[in-house]
Design a protein around this ligand. Structure first.
Ligand SMILES: CC(C)(COP(=O)(O)OP(=O)(O)OC[C@H]1O[C@@H](n2cnc3c(N)ncnc32)[C@H](O)[C@@H]1OP(=O)(O)O)[C@@H](O)C(=O)NCCC(=O)NCCSC(=O)C[C@H](O)C(=O)O
Ligand SMILES: [Mg+2]
Length: 362
């Protein structure tokens, strides 16, 4: 064997050793999944995402059919974080123009008196109706703060939307920042999600200014139709899609808004599904009826007990670092109410406190 070959064999052997030791170190030092969840005893273990990237809470997002003046008038009486004035599936084909005109009128006349966020959901890029929706929205003197775009399946869909928006908005004197939230509603939309977000963010780059990708909504009903499945009561068939959406959103600092619960008279079922979504990391949920609003908003708000736990834990941590003369990053594990606490749990407690303060402020 030549010297060169020997050297190569030796190096190869070292690399293998290194990778084995890396894997085993990882294996022995990483905690099993279950123990990295916080056991909060009697409290529900809501885990709230880092709020630093969230501009505003959208715990409940209420759909209101855009043509339905009676339901629109009801909005003045409702305490809801976010409303989607709908041009899409809540509006029949023969009412699309009505919906655009009613929404237009609302923005021109009374939108500023509503305290929540008043968004518009346009039709999907492939529907043939979206151009007219966008034309209408961007010709209003008050732009909606947020546009929701359904059925985004590909990079082409999102770039078409952004180009259409830029074309329509061009020449407008006020180029105020506005948000785009788009909906994942098909298997293609789900597998392309990361690329779609990247394309959306790059289309919002400072050169084109004035827009911001703020979040993703899971359109579970269309998703089921696309997959050829029926939704079950416990929605177990949607676990993968929901978790994939949450994880992808978090990677880009976006809000993730969970599925609708269509049995609008079943409050217990709604609460159960809302808390499940909050535990998964969703920051809010779509609702279709006013009765669903308080249940959903409460489920996505850290409870008083959880907040107290977070405050006490943070205080205990600060006392512990002071005593040991260590700082935030060098402090190791300590005991709090019979549990082992280390940095990840402290970070979760801080998230809860920040998110709660954020909701109270808005
Ligand atoms: C589901 C409904 C059709 C039920 O309507 P209705 O029979 O009128 O209900 P109630 O009589 O119980 O209503 C009580 C009062 O509340 C008002 N109301 C009802 N719904 C709304 C609403 N969404 N917004 C505002 N106000 C509302 C009623 O007018 C009554 O008030 P009053 O008139 O003073 O007596 C209805 O709730 C409804 O149409 N909901 C919205 C449906 C919708 O938009 N669907 C599409 C969105 S979901 C979606 O797209 C899923 C997603 O894309 C996916 O793929 O998963
Ligand atoms: Mg849909």
């Amino acid at each position: 064997m030549s010297v060169l070959k020997l050297r190569f064999a030796f190096l190869n052997h070292c690399v293998k050793l290194k990778s084995v030791s890396k894997t085993s170190t990882h294996f022995f030092t990483s905690r099993p999944l279950s123990s990295s969840c916080v056991n909060l005893g009697p409290l529900s273990p809501e885990v709230v995402p880092p709020p630093h990237k969230i501009q505003r809470p959208r715990r409940a997002l209420l759909y209101v059919p855009g043509h339905d003046e009676r339901k629109i008038n009801k909005l003045q009486t409702l305490d809801v974080d976010c409303v989607a004035l709908d041009c899409e599936d809540g509006v029949s084909l023969d009412k699309k123009e009505d919906a655009r005109n009613t929404i237009h009128k609302l923005y021109e006349e009374t939108a500023s008196t509503f305290h929540g966020e008043l968004c518009v959901r346009v039709n999907s890029p492939s529907s043939g109706f979206c151009e007219s929706d966008i034309e209408n929205i961007f010709s209003m003197s008050t732009l909606p703060p947020t546009v929701i775009v359904p059925k985004i399946n590909s990079i082409q869909d999102i770039t078409w939307m952004m180009n259409e928006k830029s074309r329509t908005i061009l020449g407008r004197p006020t180029k105020r920042l506005f948000n785009v939230i788009f909906m994942t509603e098909s298997s293609k939309g789900l597998i392309n999600l990361q690329k779609i977000i990247e394309a959306g963010i790059s289309a919002c780059s400072p050169r084109f200014s004035c827009c911001h990708i703020a979040g993703i909504i899971f359109g579970s009903d269309d998703f089921c139709a696309n997959l050829g499945i029926m939704r079950s009561k416990d929605a177990s068939e949607l676990i993968y899609a929901r978790q994939k959406i949450v994880a992808t959103c978090k990677a880009f600092g976006l809000q993730a808004i969970d599925m609708v619960y269509i049995d609008f008279k079943d409050n217990d079922g709604l609460e159960k599904q809302s808390l499940e979504g909050a535990r998964m990391g969703f920051t809010g949920k779509q609702v279709i009826h006013p009765n669903q609003i308080p249940i959903v908003q409460k489920s996505f708000t850290p409870s008083d007990e959880l907040l107290k736990w977070a405050e006490d834990l943070t205080e205990a941590f600060e006392n512990s670092t002071e005593k040991s003369k260590l700082n935030f990053h060098t402090q190791g594990a300590f005991t709090f109410r019979g549990q082992m606490i280390d940095l990840p749990t402290v970070l979760q407690a801080k998230n809860i406190k920040l998110f709660s303060d954020f909701i109270k402020k808005t």
